[in-house]
Design a protein around this ligand. Structure first.
Ligand code: F6R
Length: 369
């Protein structure tokens, strides 16, 4: 049932192009507009939304962090994202104009469920983004957008994460489409790019052998740091989480702009630092700032592992290891940038002799608070 792979995780990483395509299927019409009738929240109600709050745990929370960038950019609706376990206990301000988005692969995570119950008691509408048909979270929500990743067996989430991202983009773009913003042309262009993205994920998967080799060479290390900016920041957090849970290594993700506010003190000779580089097109200021960050850490001896877009030549002189990802719109980059980090963590775990599908102390769905 592992389809020829040694681990479910490897199979699930490989299934990502299909999972992404399946999650888009039937949701983009022939004219290139989104059709999300399944949302069961009327366009009128969506036009009245004045705040979005995303709640989730773990990897799903990282998808939520990326959703915030997309929602605020394409809809101009203020969006907060919060760990479900924190949200529930701090008396959050909610009302009927607040749209709460609960993201959960299993649909059974107790913290997320308690948070959504709390939101509904305050009169907010809850939209679930979920991978498990008929599970508790979608049953208790006002509406659901299912991800079509298929069953995810490995404890560490991979294909579910990519499809959560797709669902978040769909919601953001749909809100933008329904409400009509000045980003109309961009929204139409991104919908076209999204329709192509599964092929780009496939291309990343075809070039992962050097990443696996690199992972094996780092199996004896104790610490790996991850840096990113903008949507690359949650990608860095996700890369670090994968490494903790699978390789049992100390791994931390930082916003690259925070380096000089503390983390740069951690840099020492030969410390592996993975940097997720934003596209040089679009927000070129961010790109240039991260290139200086890479220079700074390399000057202090870090071993730089740079994930950068094809054609980005500015990073070449400072990359000890360069991982190329396809050109995508800035906000969609996490769909391709996360894949090498999953492969990296999986291979490191294998090299360290860990149980990839069943990491110690972890359960696939956390049904206690
Ligand atoms: C990480 C991982 C966990 C889950 C988290 C939420 O690889 O799998 O962090 O993402 O427990 O689970 P769901 O999405 O089922 O609510």
């Amino acid at each position: 049932e592992k389809g020829g792979y040694d681990y479910f995780m490897l199979k699930e990483i490989a299934e990502q192009p299909k999972a992404v395509a399946d999650t888009l299927l039937g949701r983009i019409d022939a004219a290139g507009s989104l059709t999300l009738d399944e949302l069961r929240i009327s366009p009128g109600a969506l036009r009245e939304v004045d705040k979005v709050v995303v709640i989730a745990c773990g990897t799903a929370f990282h998808a939520g962090m990326i959703a915030k960038y997309a929602i605020e950019h394409w809809t101009r609706i203020p969006c907060e994202v919060e760990l479900a376990s924190e949200f529930r206990y701090r008396d959050p301000i909610l009302d009927p104009q607040t749209l709460v988005i609960a993201i959960s692969q299993s649909g059974e995570t107790m913290d997320t469920l308690m948070a959504l119950r709390h939101a509904r008691e305050q009169g907010s509408r809850v939209l679930a983004i979920c991978n498990t048909n008929g599970s508790t979270i979608p049953r208790e929500s006002d509406a659901v957008l299912y991800t079509h990743a298929g069953p995810e067996v490995a404890v560490a989430s991979t294909k579910a994460f990519l499809t959560q991202l797709v669902a978040c983009y769909l919601v953001a773009l749909y809100l933008g489409q329904v409400r009509g913003t000045k980003w109309g042309d961009e929204i139409r262009a991104v919908i076209r790019d999204l329709a192509q993205i599964s092929g780009q994920v496939e291309r990343v998967l075809e070039t992962m052998e050097p990443v696996r080799e690199l992972a094996r060479s780092l199996a004896h290390k104790n610490t790996v740091l991850f840096l990113g900016r903008h949507v690359g920041y949650p990608v860095a957090l996700e890369g670090a989480l994968k490494l903790k849970e699978l390789a049992y290594m100390h791994a931390e993700g930082f916003a690259a702009g925070e380096l000089k506010h503390g983390p740069i003190a951690l840099i020492e000779e030969d410390l592996p630092v993975v940097v997720v580089v934003p596209s040089p097109r679009g927000r070129s200021v961010l790109h240039d700032k991260i290139v200086s960050n890479i220079q700074e850490i390399r000057a202090r001896g870090a071993r730089t592992i740079v994930i950068a877009e094809e054609g980005d030549e500015a990073v070449v002189p400072y990359a000890d290891h360069l991982v190329r990802i396809p050109v995508t719109p800035t906000l969609l980059q996490p769909l391709v940038a996360t894949v090498p980090l999953q492969v990296f963590a999986c291979e490191l775990a294998t090299a360290r002799g860990n149980e990839v599908d069943q990491p110690r102390n972890l359960a696939k769905s956390v049904t206690v608070e």
